[in-house]
Design a protein around this ligand. Structure first.
Ligand code: PHE
Length: 384
C-alpha cells in the first residue's frame, strides 16, 4: 500500500529510524517499529492504563513509579545483569528484536531492575511495552506490556549463597512476596478472599527461589505472574549485596483481557472509537463486541407529509424489518424547512454492517431501494 505509506506522518517515519538501523544484526521490521512509542500504558482510559493504575493504587505511594523508560535497552540490561546465560533461548534472534549487536527492544521490564537498584531505589513499579518474536493467536502479539515490581526489605550479611537461601530472612522475603501479591490480585479482581489462587515453583535465572502465581478464573487456572526472591548475583552486580528483596513481573494484556472481557489482543492497538468509547469512565467494564467488517452508508432524504404526521420510530422500525440486524445505525444528518412551501425535509444516514461478513453493494442497494419504496408508501413521505 504505497499510498498509506506516503501519508504516514513524518514523526512516525523518524521514530521508526531509531529502531531500524543499518546493522547486520538488526531484525526490527517496519511493522514492529511502528508499534514502538504508542505508549498505551500511558494513555488515559485505555484498558491497559486502567489496570496499571489499579495495581499502582494497591502498592500506594511507598513505591516509586517508572513508566517512561526507553524500550531500547542494552543486552547487558536485558540479559547479563539478570544472569541470563549466553546460550539462553531468550537471547536468540529468533525470539528477540535486535537493534544492534548490543541492543534490543526489551523483552521484559526486568531489563530495568538493575539500573534502578543501582541508583538506590528500593521499592518501585516499572511499566512498559515489551517485544518478543512469538506465535500468532488471539492472546499473543509481538508487542505487549509488562509491569515489574521490586522491593528490598531486609539488610544483613551472609557468608554464602547457600547460607542465605536457608536463612529465615530468605523465608521472610518469600513470605512477604506471596502475601503482597495475593493481596494485589484480590485488589485487582475485587473478588475479596473468594478468589482462588495457587503458587507453583518456577525458574528464572534472576530470582531464587522463583514462583508463579495462578488464579482460578471462570473455572480455569490462569497464570498471572512470575516472581521470586532476587538472586544474590543480581544484587551483587548492583552493589547492594547487603540487601535482599523480591521482584515480580506481570503481563497487563492478559489481566485486561479477562477483566474487561476483551477477546483479542489486537484490540488493544485499535484506534476504533467503538473500542475506546467503551472505557471512558476509567472503570473496569465489560467489553461489548462490535463488528470487524466495513460499514456501508446510504442516505435517504424525503419531505415529511404536509400534515407533519411522521413518527421517526415508524421509520426506524421499517428499516429494522427490511434489514434486520444488518442495520447498525440511523442518524438524522440534515433537517430543514422550505421557506416557501413550509414543508420539512429530513435526510437520514443509514449505516449497514454485518457482525460476521462483508456486505455486497447489490444486497444493500436492494434493501435501500425497498426502504425508500416502503417509506413512501407506508409513511407518506415524498422521496427527494
Ligand atoms: N521477567 C519475567 C518474564 O518476563 C517475569 C519476572 C519478573 C520473573 C521478575 C521474576 C521476577 O517472564
Amino acid at each position: 500500500m504505497v499510498v498509506a505509506r506516503a501519508l504516514r506522518p513524518i514523526s512516525t517515519r523518524l521514530r521508526a529510524s531509531r529502531y531500524i538501523v543499518d546493522d547486520p544484526e538488526n531484525n526490527v521490521t517496519p511493522y514492529i517499529a511502528n508499534l514502538v512509542g504508542k505508549n498505551l500504558h500511558q494513555t488515559e482510559n485505555h484498558p491497559l492504563y486502567i489496570i496499571r493504575k489499579r495495581i499502582e493504587s494497591y502498592f500506594g505511594s511507598d513505591f516509586e513509579i517508572f513508566d517512561n523508560e526507553d524500550p531500547i535497552v542494552t543486552t547487558t540490561q536485558c540479559f547479563d545483569d539478570l544472569l541470563i546465560p549466553p546460550d539462553h533461548p531468550g537471547r536468540q534472534k529468533s525470539d528477540t528484536y535486535y537493534v544492534t549487536k548490543d541492543s534490543v527492544l526489551r523483552t521484559h521490564t526486568s531489563a530495568h531492575q538493575s539500573q534502578h537498584l543501582r541508583a538506590g531505589h528500593q521499592k518501585f513499579l516499572c511499566t512498559g511495552d515489551v517485544y518478543r518474536r512469538d506465535e500468532i493467536d488471539s492472546s499473543h502479539f509481538p508487542a505487549f506490556h509488562q509491569m515489574e515490581g521490586v522491593k528490598l526489605l531486609v539488610d544483613g550479611s551472609w557468608t554464602s549463597r547457600d547460607e542465605w537461601l536457608q536463612s529465615s530472612d530468605c523465608e521472610i522475603v518469600a513470605k512477604d512476596l506471596k502475601t503482597t501479591l495475593e493481596g494485589m490480585v484480590d485488589h485487582v479482581f475485587q473478588q475479596g478472599s473468594s478468589l482462588e489462587k495457587r503458587w507453583r515453583d518456577d525458574y528464572f535465572p534472576f530470582t531464587e527461589p522463583s514462583f508463579e502465581l495462578d488464579i482460578l478464573w471462570q473455572g480455569e487456572w490462569m497464570e498471572v505472574l512470575g516472581c521470586g526472591v532476587i538472586h544474590t548475583g543480581v544484587l551483587e552486580r548492583c552493589d547492594v549485596s547487603q540487601k535482599r528483596g523480591w521482584a515480580f513481573g506481570l503481563g497487563l494484556e492478559r489481566l485486561a483481557m479477562v477483566l474487561f472481557g476483551i477477546p483479542d489482543i489486537r484490540l488493544f492497538w485499535t484506534q476504533d472509537p467503538r473500542f475506546h468509547s467503551q472505557f471512558t469512565s476509567g472503570d473496569i467494564v465489560q467489553f461489548k463486541p462490535y463488528s470487524k467488517y466495513p460499514p456501508v452508508y446510504k442516505d435517504i432524504a424525503f419531505w415529511l407529509p404536509e400534515n407533519n404526521n411522521f413518527e421517526e420510530n415508524d421509520f426506524f422500525e421499517l428499516a429494522r424489518e427490511l434489514a434486520g440486524d444488518l442495520v447498525e445505525q440511523i442518524a438524522l444528518i440534515d433537517k430543514f424547512k422550505h421557506p416557501k412551501t413550509e414543508r420539512t425535509s429530513c435526510c437520514y444516514r443509514v449505516t449497514y454492517r454485518s457482525m460476521d461478513r462483508s456486505l455486497t453493494d447489490v444486497e444493500i442497494n436492494q434493501i435501500q431501494d425497498s426502504l425508500r419504496e416502503k417509506a413512501a408508501l407506508a409513511l407518506h413521505v415524498q422521496l427527494r
